[in-house]
Design a protein around this ligand. Structure first.
Ligand SMILES: [Zn+2]
Length: 311
């Protein structure tokens, strides 16, 4: 009876503990679908309600080259405490910069944003290696999008490929019926229930891995971090004179109109304060486009909004 009351109270508060990683999922993460297992997951010796998930952050697959990204991948000391039975939050929480999960290759999983809140999967793609990863300035090798070499992409359903730092598993994009999932098939945090258990899926569309944390991370390395980005910034606004996308390394990203167009992002061309038209191509903006008038800025804003609505 007391248990029932407690459960009812927690339900009212919106806090429900549910099953996290199963034994089978842990085993799959430790070995890896294609022999790339680089994770360690053990029970927390101080509190058996938690797992300690760790890795040195260097996958066995080929690393690099990373295009214009000048950073190097270096050994890391990834150690995170995750709940064995995650608590589903009444209000999901946003994901901070830095690791939000670990893949079975041992690499970190990051949120979908560049440092300026642009879509990293699109704007940093030039610097991704064959497995779709790249290093940050501190040497942390990470994925923003589907790491195609760490699992068998044609397997139905997709296997588990990692674990989020709130304790929920992350699976590949194919469901039990062989259908390739997209974000439209998933909830706001990019997950769904399968046989009563919550899981995230990586998909080929934004936000790729996680849209938010469905569960509550418990590790202080995560809980203490603010979320710098909660939605995608419009790269066309950068073209039109705002801070350009710079991603993991200053100056590494394309940002002028032609380069964005090559990535499938078509920016308006009739803006009166178009920094590209004013100053030529390839200039890495430093605020030089800020001479715009108020009406010019309004026009850019309205154009950007109308473009956003079409996407
Ligand atoms: Zn990155």
């Amino acid at each position: 009876m007391a248990k029932l009351l407690l459960a009812a109270t927690l339900l009212c508060l919106g806090l429900v503990s549910v099953r996290g990683l199963t034994n089978e999922e842990r085993a799959a993460l430790l070995t890896g679908a294609v022999g790339l297992g680089n994770l360690d997951i053990v029970l927390d010796p101080q509190n058996s309600d938690y797992f300690i998930v760790s890795s040195h952050g260097m996958p066995n697959h080929t690393l690099g080259p990373w295009g214009r990204n000048p950073n190097d991948a270096t050994h890391q000391n990834h150690i995170y405490r995750i709940p064995k039975n995650p608590t589903v939050q009444a209000e999901p929480s946003c994901t901070p910069m830095g690791p939000i999960g670990l893949a079975l290759s041992g690499a970190a999983i990051y949120n979908p944003y560049t440092g300026e809140c642009y879509d990293a999967g699109m704007l940093e793609a030039e610097g991704f290696d064959d497995c779709k990863g790249h290093p940050s300035p501190d040497g942390t090798y990470h994925y923003h999008i589907t790491p195609t070499c760490i699992f068998n992409i044609s397997e139905v359903p997709s296997p588990i490929i990692g674990v989020a730092l709130d304790g929920f598993p992350i699976y590949g994009p194919t469901d039990e019926t062989g259908r390739t999932l997209t974000s439209a098939d998933l909830d706001e945090c990019h997950g769904r229930q399968v046989n009563g258990q919550y899981r995230y899926h990586v998909t080929s569309d934004f936000p790729y891995f996680l849209g938010c944390f469905k569960g509550a991370p418990v590790d202080a390395q995560i809980t203490g971090e603010p979320c710098e980005c909660t939605e995608r910034a419009d790269p066309c606004q950068a073209v039109n004179g705002n801070e350009p996308p710079q991603g993991d390394a200053p100056g590494q990203l394309p940002f002028d109109r032609d380069q964005l167009a090559a990535l499938g992002i078509i920016c308006p061309t009739d803006s009166p304060n178009d920094v590209i038209n004013d100053h030529g191509h390839g200039q890495h903006g430093n605020g030089s486009g800020s001479k715009s008038t108020v009406s010019g800025a309004m026009l850019v804003l309205l154009t950007a909004i109308s473009i956003n609505m079409k996407l």
